[in-house]
Design a protein around this ligand. Structure first.
Ligand code: GLY
Ligand code: MN
Ligand code: MN
Length: 434
């Protein structure tokens, strides 16, 4: 661990200690128990799905796969970590990392699953519904107080210098995967082999990815959350879309790149270049005080310009935006908050915790906040040829160039996604250029 990261993590923990104390005192809570969560076995089986610890638990210790464990926070006292570490010859015992948090917390290795010791007015947060009923009843605490969750979510929205360093490192590792994926595509690999190349170069096993990698060849690039990996490479190679990340100390990278294959029409490469330009323009527009909804609307304006400039739409910019043409080509939001969860918390709230839902015309937008220094967001404009969304447009008289769209349909679509820190003076792009 570098000396810098070491010091940054110590400062991060001191910050959490301070702010948690302030929040608990303000909300008159004497003890807070945070449950890591645990994976449940599949029905009638003894195997579990992959697991990710609760975000507010990871905020302190950064371990994404700790289960059956508790963190107890009391104002003015050292945090107590009850780490489940059974004496078990089937598995390797829990090992503590050489990181400062280990010295800042009292760590109790527990051979049994425990109920956390709580005093005074107590609150518990985390997925305790998956605990046995008797354990749930034994925990004498208010479950998930709304004001507390809102305050802790709000805290997660603004990253400390340590968290930013972790997000930067997650990006660096993920980009190594993206480079390997591109090379595998150039070498005519299929989706599964591209996925394996990505995992190998980004140094992670599949169960550790922050979200299921999207590796879509050809029309699969137009399936927004495409979830399969074909074993064989297709005969024709029009396109590859890779939306894939990496965790570092719990913090997620979320990066997308799209590549043209040898069988794509030339205009597809031009569109990819235009979408990179659009991503850069939108990244450069991020700054404190900018409304993310306005930035999303700006994306639609630019998408309209791109559709017109590349002859996909022969009408006016106003028509492209106001008649829903751009929305048919890009149904998702411009981006979201990023942190310990790939779609991080508090994106659809006002600072005081009241709801701030997505606008009716853009229901998939996951972030409606005013940008402030310390937020980390994704900027991910997209342009897709999705038959289901284009079908209603075909029934209109809008001047869409269907011949060109049909020629591009086998390419699926384009998304370019970077991860951006909002700074006091503007922004820093955490994603290395590739
Ligand atoms: N990888 C999911 C997303 O970009 O939001
Ligand atoms: Mn993504
Ligand atoms: Mn994203």
């Amino acid at each position: 661990m570098s000396a810098t990261l070491f010091n940054l993590q110590r400062d991060h923990l001191a910050h959490l200690q301070r702010v948690y104390s302030d929040i608990l005192i303000a909300q008159e809570i004497d003890s807070l128990a945070i449950y890591s969560g645990h994976a449940n076995v599949h029905f009638a089986d003894d195997q579990t799905p992959t697991f990710q610890a609760y975000g507010h638990f990871m905020h302190w210790i950064g371990l994404a796969n700790v289960q059956h464990s508790w963190l107890v926070i009391q104002p003015g006292k050292r945090p107590q970590l009850y780490l489940y570490a059974p004496a078990d010859f089937w598995h390797l015992p829990t090992r503590l990392p050489e990181e400062p948090w280990v010295a800042e917390l009292d760590v109790h290795l527990c051979s049994d699953k425990i109920t956390p010791p709580l005093t005074g007015r107590a609150a518990v947060i985390g997925d305790i519904h998956c605990l046995e009923a008797s354990t749930q009843q034994a925990i004498q605490a208010e479950h998930e107080p709304t004001a507390l969750i809102q305050a802790l979510d709000e805290l997660r929205l603004f990253k400390t210098a340590y968290e930013i360093a972790c997000l930067r490192e997650a990006n660096r590792l993920a980009i190594a995967g993206h480079q390997a994926a591109q090379a595998a595509f150039v070498g005519a690999s299929g989706e599964l082999d591209i996925q394996l190349a990505y995992l190998g170069a980004s140094r992670q096993r599949e169960s550790d990815v922050p979200y299921q990698n999207i590796i879509g060849l050809n029309s699969h690039a137009g399936v927004l959350h495409y979830q399969h990996y074909d074993l064989h490479s297709p005969k024709q190679r029009h396109s590859l879309l890779v939306d894939a990340g990496r965790r570092f100390r719990g913090y997620c990278a979320d990066i997308t790149r799209t590549h043209a294959g040898p069988d794509a029409p030339g205009v597809f490469s031009d569109l990819i270049t235009a979408m990179h330009g659009l991503k850069d323009t939108l990244v450069q527009s991020t700054a404190p005080g900018v409304e993310f909804v306005a930035l999303h609307e700006q994306m639609h304006q630019h998408l309209g310009e791109i559709l017109i400039a590349h002859d996909l739409f022969k009408g006016s910019l106003e028509e492209a935006v106001n008649e829903g043409v751009t929305r048919a080509f890009c149904p998702h939001g411009l981006g979201h908050s990023l942190g310990l969860q790939v779609h991080d918390v508090a994106g659809l709230r006002h600072p005081d915790g009241t709801p701030s839902p997505a606008p009716a015309l853009h229901p998939a937008l996951r972030l409606t906040r005013t940008l402030r220094a310390g937020m980390v967001v994704t900027i991910e404009p997209g342009l897709y040829f999705i038959p289901m969304l284009l079908a209603p447009l075909r029934k209109t008289s809008l001047p869409v160039n269907w011949e060109l769209i049909d020629a591009l349909a086998p390419c699926g679509g384009i998304r370019i996604e970077d991860n951006v820190l909002i700074t006091e003076s503007g922004y820093e792009n955490l994603t290395p250029s590739q």
